[in-house]
Design a protein around this ligand. Sequence first.
Ligand code: GLN
Length: 354
Amino acid sequence: MQGYLVLEDGTVFEGKMDEIVSPVKGELVFYTGMTGYQEVLTDPSYKDQIVVFTYPLIGNYGINDQDFESKKPQVKGVILFQLTEHYSHYKANRSLKDYLQKWNIPYLTNVDTRAVVKQIRSKGTLHAVISKDKQYDSQDKLSDFPIRDVSASEIETFGNGATHIALIDFGFKKSILNSLLKRGCKVSVVPFHQMEKVFEIKPHGIVLSNGPGDPKQMKNYFSTLNQLMKQYPTLGICLGNQLIALSFGGNTTKLRFGHRGANHPVIDQKTGNVFITSQNHSYVVDKKSLEKTPLKLRYTNVNDGSVEGLEHEKLKVMSVQFHPEAHPGPEDASFIFDEFLDTYVAAGREKVYA
Ligand SMILES: NC(=O)CC[C@H](N)C(=O)O
């Protein structure tokens, strides 16, 4: 049957719906990678968003048990051109369609995704509704505190390595945890609302995770974050990068339509190296606002010059807007974890136990 994607500016796109669903509302964003749909759907940073996949054929390697970034799909809905049921991959055990249906995630196929992206590109990110009717009206609400919906409720510890990292959870991706475990860390995942417990845990370092929505929703926590960073070597990833900037007095703004894909070139201003990164963000640190902070610009986006990473001038605090854990995407940036653990955390150990 027919289904519709109705944008808040009144534009309507037609598609095909397999089953009738109650209308869902979300922020309409597009992901440009050719692969990675399983990771995208389950990345908690996509909470409350309707994702348009720009690659025209999605689902051809199915869904497997390893590549989930969290326990369930986090997106509000999915817009595709072709959703194939014929999948082939040695790890796959079900089709993408079965997976979306099992979790009641509405999707529309046969949509002219190029036209949708052009609309977002010229108008900027918009809210939209997936519905069987051509109506924007919907009972569905967007959360004003999506981090609360995706963060863990209790502290949980993984691994038994010698280096203990507190991963502050704003909706962390499993591959951030895995990147730390793979490097021999013991990792305590600390829900954001218990971040002051890090002072009791006394880790060797802190990682501030990715997470959904506007980083300013965390404003009540900026002073605690600031205190933590004065005491522990810190790495911020994506939302974590934005929170670091805000906690030191910088500002964030919203990009017109965000960076979501697996091929965003970034330049390291220190070394001149360019590498390709995986990205998923709408907000960005305001470069000018860094002037009044103790933070220095380390990485910038080659395409639009936006801020991609920071370093504190004195403290052992570093952050990146891109995703060094990749998943999906190239692993060019995995050196970020090594740099943090080998340089920042190793050097910070004595200080923690002094
Ligand atoms: N992946 C993330 O951590 C995203 C951060 C933030 N929610 C943004 O959209 O910019």
